[in-house]
Structure formats: C-alpha cells, structure tokens
Design a protein around this ligand. Sequence first.
Ligand code: GLN
Length: 226
Amino acid sequence: MSGQPSIGVLALQGDVREHLRMLAACGARPRPVRRPSELDDVAALVIPGGESTTISKLALDFGLTDPIRKRIAGGMPGYGSCAGMVMLAAEVLDGRPDQVGFGGIEMTVRRNAFGRQVDSFEAPVVLGGLGGAGAAAEPLRAVFIRAPWVERVGPGVAVLGRVASTGAPRASTPQSGAAPDGRIVAVRQGSLLATAFHPELTGDLRVHRLFVEMAREVDHAARSED
Ligand code: GLN
C-alpha cells in the first residue's frame, strides 16, 4: 500500500500508545516494535519519550540495539521525542555510564537539562522545516518533561526549534548552570528528527505529519529502486 508507510514505535517503555495514535491520525500504518523481526517489517521508527536509561537497557535485553543502529546507519527514517532524542544523540552528557544509545544525529544532548526544580513545563516553540505555508507560522505548545536540550550540533544538523525566551522556566536552576532561554530543542539530520518535547501528548499533529512525510519520501525512493 504505497503512500501509507509502515512506521514502528519502539515499544519497550514510555508513551508508545500516544505515538501510535498520532501516527494513525496522520495516515501512516503504525505498529509497535519489540523484537528484531518486527523492526524488519517497518520503513521507519519512532523512539518515544520515557526514560532513556530504561529504554537503553531493554533494547539491549531484547537484542534490538545493534539492529536499530544498523537500520539507522542504513538510512531508515527515525524520530525521537525526549528520551528518544537522547537515544539518537551521538553524545550524551549526564547520562548513566552504562547507557547505550542508537546514535545517528551528530549532536551532544544533556539529559534532564532544564533542572530538577521544574520537572515539567510548557513553552512555545516556533518550529522550522514543517513546510506548507502557514503550518510553520503558529508556534507549537511544546510540553517538556525532565527534558534534555541540545548543547552542540555537527555541521550536518539543521536546528529546527529553540525554546522561546518568553516561555522558559525562569525560576528553575538548570543543572548545567546555563540559562534555558534559546536552547535548541528540535533538530533534523537527513532522515532523522528529534525533539526534546512531546508532541504526542498534545493534539498538534504537525511534527508527526512532518515525520510521516519524511518516511514516505524514503519509502518511495526505496520502492522505485526495486
Ligand atoms: N529524562 C528522561 C531521560 O533521560 C527523558 C524524559 C522524557 O522522555 N520525558 O531519558
């Protein structure tokens, strides 16, 4: 069924159901992925928000770490929200020493960067790269829950969004000691997308629509090569 890419959601821990629902609402064919054979059946993969140390451990236990790394290195589209962003980072600060990610995006991400005093908050984020006139103009109401931020990006990474200076939690004391205003919270590198926030917890489909479009493009290109 072309036009409807099969998109997996890594279903080891975290807000799996919410991503499945958003992807279905965007016209994709979503399915949970818990084992390597299920990964083989999908054209793209969402790594949900949750807890990256737990996802890391379970991915190793389920034999998924290497297969996911290989698919990502081979060009499979991937989208990570929050813990998923941590999993896609080439480098993680304030991670657990035994934490193992999938990599793929040349970026350094700091876990729990916004500080313990403000575990969760909402802030407007103007997101670039959404395409479609008007779609990008309206800021997203971004939900951050013990969120990471991006401290460094490589030359191949496009910064899509930053925390607006008006919406950041000024009362907090970030662990890194740096101000949260203007921090990078959404990036794209090729067919990989990551956000520090959770669009799956809002009714705003724009980020998932973008990802489904990215998956569709890669899926079509792969089919036309067959
Ligand atoms: N702090 C979590 C981590 O490091 C992420 C939190 C989230 O996904 N809401 O994985």
